[in-house]
Ligand binder design. Structure first.
Ligand code: ARG
Length: 290
């Protein structure tokens, strides 16, 4: 009984970390301050310009870079208190700094991240976001800055030992995924195409919710990216990540389709940060190499 309570406490703590009740946005750099507009107009000068209020501060000289993310995905993006931290948050901050811009992070459900780029609500998306041909039709991607692998999480005593066990027993197991992720897309596909059929897939708006359903026995497995899988397993007792890797992927930054100017700037900044070792040191800080 105590063990069960403890396990539940961990799950809830993790769900809280995933930020379901956290404020929707956080500013990573200094707040933009309003510089007082020139208070007097001199005869003979352009009064319109002199009177217009100037809302630019030194910190935001290059403007604001708004990043869309779903901060429920450790170690890429998650809450530390009320601050969004992680590999993506730190790489984004380094890019913004290189571009002389102020980074603003907008947290949202994962299925809203790409729409936020399409609508222009955000400039860049960094969300452990996998490059896929389908997504390339809706957004443009930067060079890749990391790789990911889809992993399978099961209870420690599960009879499921590999992706094959799932593939050979379609209909027998319920599989949980985070809505609109590549894990969801693969799993929901038809068995002929390597999936398990959407009837056998439960979609959750947060990965942590899928993990919670797994701990309580509502589903039999969760398919999610490997590093978050490891983080969730570490935070919840009684679960394990299967060794057999499922699908390998590239993570990249998305920008609005056709915004070649921003894409060029992001890629240049990223190249510099990869070349000087910044990206590697950020990744190493969050993922302990084995
Ligand atoms: N790599 C997967 C995808 O692109 C999962 C990303 C989920 N990201 C998140 N922040 N929850 O679909």
């Amino acid at each position: 009984m105590i063990a069960v309570l403890l396990a539940l406490t961990f799950v809830f703590a993790l769900a809280a970390c995933a930020g379901s009740s956290k404020p929707a946005e956080t500013t990573a750099a200094a707040e933009t301050t309003t510089t007082a507009a020139a208070s007097e107009t001199t005869a003979g000068t352009d009064t319109t310009a002199a009177a217009s209020s100037d809302t630019t501060s030194a910190a935001a000289a290059g403007g604001t870079l708004t990043m869309a993310t779903s901060a429920d995905f450790p170690p890429y993006e998650f809450y530390d208190g009320d601050k969004i931290v992680g590999i993506d948050a730190e790489i984004a901050a380094a890019i913004a700094q290189k571009l002389g811009m102020e980074l603003k992070i907008e947290d949202m459900d994962f299925d809203s991240v790409i729409p936020a780029i399409q609508s222009g609500k955000a400039d860049i998306a960094m969300s452990g976001l996998t490059v896929t041909d389908e997504r390339k039709l809706t957004v443009d991607f930067s060079d890749s800055y990391a790789t990911g692998v889809q992993a399978i999480v099961v209870p420690e005593k599960s009879p499921i030992t590999s992706a094959d066990d799932l593939a050979k027993n379609v209909g027998k197991y319920k599989i949980g995924v985070q809505l609109a992720t590549t894990g969801d897309i693969y799993a929901s596909d038809t068995p002929e195409k390597g999936g398990f059929g959407s009837d056998n897939v439960e979609e959750y708006s947060k990965g942590a919710d899928a993990i919670l359903a797994l701990t309580s026995g509502k589903i039999d497995a969760v398919i999610i990216d490997k590093e978050p899988a490891k983080a969730f397993v570490a935070a919840n007792s009684g679960l394990k990540v299967l060794d057999s890797a499922y699908v390998s992927e590239d993570y990249a930054i998305a920008v609005q389709k056709g915004n070649t100017e921003l894409l060029g700037k992001v890629n240049d900044a990223l190249k510099g940060l990869i070349a000087d070792g910044t990206v590697k040191s950020i990744v190493d800080k969050y993922i302990t190499a084995k």
